[in-house]
Design a protein around this ligand. Structure first.
Ligand code: GLC
Length: 546
């Protein structure tokens, strides 16, 4: 066992599978209905069993919790709900001892309005920290300085009566934006990073990184002609002047150079952009993020042709040497099982763990936790509270981890902060561990297979053009190749290869009942089935099976 740990410990994070934990919802250890660091510590061996290599924790820093930790009031202390710095050190040590890595969530765009920096900044127009945030005089009509909108509804400006100016906020009024054009701000955030890197964390996922820099003249954003009624309200305008500005890349290069002061650390950017703009976040000559998250699978139409197209598009948009990645779920978007159904959730797992680049898995998706309908009186998410009833709420993807069938699903001794899914009596880790055909065991087999195969870790991506519901591709490494065949439809499907071209053996099948089967000439897939196939050296896969 210790040899395995050692081998993994030297692996760079980016070739491991990342597992996102939403700390409030993973495991409660002190009976307050909210998850905490000791809870995570208790569950580390589960993550080892699952096979993931890197844990990313959503924010655990001191916070008034207006946005559940994404409003930080002290960057270098742990929120008491989650534990203490001592608990964190214990967790980090235990993570490393198991050969795993730990990423923290860095929130550089804004702080809490109760952060000492903001309290000083708002105290007077002449305070030395006034320029650390975005303060502007009212507009000509006495209203906000411009038309920018908050991501969570309403204006991006809040008036401060005491000093007669507005402050800017891309998110809640309780999350004032820092002024990244100010060198002291940059220096202060860099020091926060060093604090955690020196403690041993393996890197950061950087929150809302595309928002860091705003237009120097604070010009109005233009109207978005493609706005549709069910879009989030901030989409009424194009974010031309308040996000994705060219200067943001200098700021990210600054973050990267801090990360590079320490050996083998990772910097991931959270950016929702089309591929052509996303690729700029690798930075010029790869001086930016190691990778910006690729969220395309979170919003794609779930069909084979759409997905084949977007993989090609993504591969083509990557800068030379840019390392790819894929995300299937996170704390801001509806859960995959809710979106594509329980059967396709297996196919989605096979896709996530076989595409080229780092896979990021969201806690609970490995047991196909559902998207939970939250009754109005239990809503917690400020986005849902600001813009109710329009389907923007994020609570449904943040419900407690379903460990077992005991009253609070093994998550807590008391009623949790968000309701549990109704199905936790059947959908839970304990049940799925005992069932070799469960999605949990499929995830384990996929992760283990990925770990064992160079073609899946670092091999090239070679699409095989197919029709209908079939998605086919090869991952090729000089030493071995893996063919991935996925059926995104409910009907059975078959692929005929010309005689002699196909030869191999099934490594992993979606339901676990075909592993080891020999493959020769054709592949038959049941509805919703996927296969990973080890290709023999003589197999000759065409570029198209149409
Ligand atoms: C990111 C986070 C989201 C948060 C927002 C503001 O998008 O993922 O949860 O609300 O930033 O920090």
């Amino acid at each position: 066992m210790s040899r395995v740990y050692l081998r993994r410990a030297r692996r760079p994070c980016k070739t491991t599978t990342i597992y996102q934990i939403y700390p409030r919802s993973f495991q409660d250890s002190n009976g307050d209905g909210i998850g905490d660091l000791h809870g995570i510590l208790r569950r580390l061996d589960y993550l080892v069993e699952l096979g993931i290599g890197t844990i990313w924790l959503s924010p655990i820093f001191r916070s008034p919790m207006a946005d559940f930790g994404y409003d930080v009031s002290d960057h270098t202390d742990i929120e008491p709900l989650f534990g203490t710095l001592g608990d964190f050190d214990e967790l980090l040590h235990a993570v490393h001892r198991r050969g795993l890595k730990l990423l923290l969530d860095l929130v550089p765009n804004h702080t809490s309005d109760l952060h000492p920096w903001f309290l000083e900044s708002r105290s007077s127009r002449h305070n030395p920290k006034r320029d650390w945030y975005l303060w502007r005089d009212p507009g000509p009509n006495g209203g906000p300085p411009n038309n920018w909108l908050s991501e969570f509804g309403g204006s991006a400006w809040t008036f401060d009566r005491r000093t007669g100016q507005h402050y800017g906020h891309a998110f809640l009024a309780q999350q004032p934006d820092l002024n990244w054009r100010n060198a002291q701000v940059r220096g202060a955030v860099h020091d926060v990073m060093r604090f955690w890197l020196a403690r041993g964390v393996d890197g950061f996922r950087v929150d809302a990184v595309g928002h860091l820099v705003k237009d120097e003249q604070f010009r109005d954003n233009p109207v978005n002609p493609e706005f549709r009624q069910h879009d989030p309200p901030s989409k009424r305008l194009l974010r031309l002047y308040n996000a994705d500005l060219p200067q943001v890349h200098e700021m990210i290069a600054g973050l990267r150079s801090v990360v590079d002061e320490f050996p083998s650390r990772l910097l991931i950017g959270e950016v929702y952009l089309p591929f052509d703009r996303l690729s700029a976040y690798y930075g010029s000559e790869l001086s930016g993020a190691h990778f910006p998250f690729n969220f395309a699978l979170l919003s794609t139409a779930w069909n084979a042709r759409a997905i084949a197209g977007l993989v090609d598009e993504y591969e083509a948009a990557l800068p030379p040497g840019g390392w790819p990645n894929w995300v299937l779920g996170n704390h801001d978007k509806p859960r995959i099982a809710g979106r594509v159904g329980i059967d396709q959730a297996r196919v989605a797992a096979m896709l996530l763990l076989t595409l080229r680049g780092t896979p990021t898995l969201y806690y609970g998706d490995e047991i196909a936790m559902p998207q939970v309908a939250i009754p109005a009186e239990r809503v917690q998410d400020p986005f849902e509270k600001n813009v109710p009833g329009r389907g923007h709420g994020r609570d449904g993807a943040r419900t407690p981890m379903q460990w077992n069938a005991t009253p609070h699903a093994g998550f807590s001794e008391v009623e949790p902060w968000l309701p549990l899914a109704d199905d936790f009596h059947s959908v839970n880790v304990a049940n799925q561990r005992d069932d070799a055909t469960s999605i949990y065991h499929l995830y384990r087999r996929l992760i283990a297979t990925r770990e064992a195969r160079l073609s899946l870790q670092v091999g090239a991506y070679q699409p095989v053009v197919a029709g209908g519901d079939l998605l086919l591709f090869v991952r090729a490494h000089p030493r071995e190749r893996t063919l991935i065949a996925l059926n995104l439809g409910e009907e059975a499907a078959a692929v005929e290869f010309r005689a002699g071209r196909l030869a191999g053996r099934v490594l992993v099948s979606a339901l676990g009942d075909r592993d080891g089967e020999a493959v020769d000439h054709s592949i038959d897939l049941r509805g919703n089935e996927g296969l990973l196939i080890e290709l023999s050296a003589e197999a000759d896969v065409p570029a198209s099976v149409l």
